[in-house]
Design a protein around this ligand. Structure first.
Ligand code: ADP
Ligand code: MG
Length: 240
């Protein structure tokens, strides 16, 4: 039986909210407005995952699927230095791929599974999990097909998490009208509807606070108490 590994976010407050950090064996979703820190958290996890277990890391490699073109290798450098790690070694252990269509995104996952069978990975990032679906299925009447393909993708992610004891961190957008209907029901709803709600074990809502402050709220998580944590986005990544 595989045992859960918890990977530090870089913020003690956020780690405590999460019961120790981002967990392997399941999907953690972060959604929130533009600039709420979803991608910066992804960058920090790229580094912290490589820390030894006794430093709250995962002692493993990272796979990063980027659908929005927002990964910045130069951001990894100060984050690695902040954790006292060699930046080049850290960058070498991040397998990066840019996806341009939802099919491309899916096929990348198949290739990654083969890689994970050979090397010790502890984190898979998909930033963002839904952007390409919203582009590729933007037409009227395409929602049902989109949701079906999205479900397929998410089930593949769950399988990877469980098979390789990997933490899957996905980011999601907020939308005004989740149902595609006529009425704005909740401007802070995550995209992806019930399909995403079902697949993501831990759902985090991020929002901006004062200055560099960000707030993370547990939106849905079966084993975590409700609560919020305040953290900062800095040059060295996520911090208290
Ligand atoms: P999201 O992915 O949720 O849209 P990001 O994770 O890209 O948001 O967060 C962007 C924010 O992160 C910026 O607005 C800025 O406040 C902060 N940020 C990015 N890089 C740095 C840095 N080098 N130093 C400090 N803050 C930064
Ligand atoms: Mg982003």
């Amino acid at each position: 039986r595989k045992s859960v590994v918890r990977i530090t976010t870089g913020s003690q407050a956020l780690d405590e909210l999460l019961g120790g950090g981002i967990e392997t064996l399941c999907i953690t979703e972060a959604f929130g407005e533009f600039r709420s820190g979803k991608t910066q958290l992804a960058h920090t996890l790229c580094v912290s995952t490589q820390l030894p277990i006794d430093m709250h890391g995962g002692n493993g490699k990272v796979a990063y699927i980027d659908t929005e073109g927002t990964f910045r290798p130069e951001r990894i450098v100060p984050i690695a230095e902040r954790f006292g790690m060699d930046a080049n070694a850290v960058l070498d252990n991040i397998i990066y791929a840019r996806a341009y269509t939802y099919e491309h995104q899916y096929n990348l996952l198949l290739g990654l599974a083969a890689k994970m069978a050979e090397e010790p990975f502890r984190l898979l990032i998909v930033d963002s999990v839904i952007a390409l679906f919203r582009v590729d299925f933007s037409g009227r009447g395409e929602l049902a097909e989109r949701q079906q393909k999205l479900a397929q993708m998410l089930s593949r992610l769950t399988k990877i998490a469980e098979e390789f004891n990997v933490a899957v961190y996905i980011t999601n957008q907020v939308i005004a009208d989740p149902g595609g209907g006529m009425f704005i029901t909740d401007p802070k709803k995550p995209a992806g509807g019930h399909v995403l709600a079902h697949a993501a074990t831990i759902r985090l809502m991020l929002r901006k606070g004062k200055g560099e402050q960000r707030v993370c709220k547990i939106f849905d998580a079966p084993n975590l108490p409700e609560g919020e944590a305040v953290f900062q986005v800095t040059s060295g990544g996520i911090m208290d």
